[in-house]
Design a protein around this ligand. Structure first.
Ligand SMILES: [Zn+2]
Length: 72
């Protein structure tokens, strides 16, 4: 038996999960908390933590190809 009580807490009759669960294995499987990612110990599913800082993905502007207007 694993002590799952530490993975969630109950506040105001609502169950609040403090750990992320594996979408592949189901709600019973919690992801291991690493410093930059969550990893499922069962299927090795990995979820990278998103940092609140901007610039990692939003900084690089994606180039949109412009429509070429043919002007003969
Ligand atoms: Zn899993």
């Amino acid at each position: 038996m694993t002590d799952a009580s530490k993975y969630y807490k109950i506040e105001e009759n609502k169950l609040i999960r403090t750990h992320r669960t594996c979408p592949k294995c189901g709600t019973g499987f919690f992801l291991g908390d690493h410093y930059d990612r969550y990893v499922c110990g069962f299927c090795r599913y990995t979820v990278f933590k998103r940092k609140g800082k901007k610039g990692t993905t939003g900084g690089a502007r994606r180039r949109t190809p412009r429509k070429r207007t043919k002007s003969n």
